[in-house]
Ligand binder design. Structure first.
Ligand code: ADP
Ligand code: ZN
Length: 293
């Protein structure tokens, strides 16, 4: 009998829990708002208690988090501006209540794995998955493994050149001001332009500047990681005009230096939206739990 897995996509605003084996077989799903760690993890536990015979749980979470199994703070959320969640042990209660192995990683590492296994990045390695929403984060699959290290990559917090004459907005990252996330995540757009990102018309100059910052970041990731596919998720990237702009600006910024067909001639297939759409997150969690079949 095929093993069944549980997946938790832990987001800053909502949690999604599901049971299944992959995109063709998602059997049950529930979603609820992210409140306190106790209440939120309690609701996840309640959901998974209904299912017998789960082999493992994958938990793809917002960060920063500690994914190192040999660390005393493994399975904890690390200090975060999100009220109540700093240093919360989120894996411990799941293990204790359900008695299952839990694979814990960032939401974006999970999504990178799911896109590589089932989505837009099949047969590619390295794979970069970037989300541009409430925050900006990146996950990567490299040589068949998800990239970890000290903790996990923090691709949203790289510095980007900002010309104050063109963009006087100082950024909103509480740690760095005008890092990538501070300049280009959804809340930064809202603060800079005085309206929610989704209400800015498609021809607003906001999008050109946004694509410029995203392309600057992609240039850095392409030069350091040499990904074979870049998948961009999150609400901001879902604006229809964004991907074509990002592709063109990335080509311009690289200026012919990286002589790969993916960039020179096939950029439409190189920088793409998630093949798994809105389900990349929860399928990422299921992918974390399930070995390659
Ligand atoms: P989260 O990052 O919380 O999982 P999203 O990826 O939807 O969720 O990101 C939410 C952020 O993205 C908000 O700042 C919101 O204003 C912005 N956003 C959501 N949808 C859109 C859209 N269609 N166009 C532009 N911005 C959007
Ligand atoms: Zn920052």
């Amino acid at each position: 009998m095929k093993s069944l897995y549980g997946g938790i996509e832990g987001g800053g605003t909502k949690f999604v829990c599901a049971v299944g084996t992959g995109p063709q077989d998602l059997r049950a799903e529930t979603r609820f708002p992210t409140t306190t760690p106790e209440e939120t993890m309690g609701r996840a536990i309640e959901f998974f208690r209904q299912f017998e015979g789960l082999s493992a749980l994958g938990f793809a979470s917002f960060g920063p988090l500690d994914p190192r199994p040999d660390s005393p703070t493994y399975g904890h959320i690390l200090p975060t501006p999100k009220p109540g969640w700093s240093n919360a042990d989120v894996v411990g209660p799941l293990r204790a209540a359900l008695g299952l192995p839990v694979v814990f990683d960032t939401d974006v590492n999970g999504a990178a794995l799911a896109e590589a296994r089932w989505g837009a990045a099949q047969n590619c390695d390295p794979v970069l998955y970037l989300t541009i929403g409430t925050g900006i984060g990146g996950g990567a699959l490299v040589n068949g493994k998800l990239l970890h290290g000290l903790l996990h990559p923090e691709m949203g917090h790289i510095p980007l050149p900002r010309n104050p004459q063109i963009d006087p907005f100082p950024g909103i990252c509480p740690f760095h001001g005008d890092c990538f996330e501070g300049l280009a995540a959804g809340p930064a757009l809202e603060k800079r332009w005085g309206q929610k990102a989704e209400t800015l018309p498609p021809n607003h100059t906001a999008w050109d500047l946004e694509a410029h910052y995203i392309a600057l970041a992609l240039r850095s990731y392409i030069c350091t990681l040499s990904p074979q596919k870049i998948v961009i998720g999150g609400g901001v990237a879902s604006q229809a005009q964004m991907l074509p702009l990002i592709r063109r600006k990335t080509q311009e910024l690289l200026n012919g230096y990286v002589q790969a067909p993916a960039i020179l001639d096939q950029i439409d297939d190189y920088i793409v939206l998630p093949g798994l759409g809105q389900r990349a997150g929860v399928l990422g969690a299921i992918a974390l739990a399930s070995p390659v079949s």
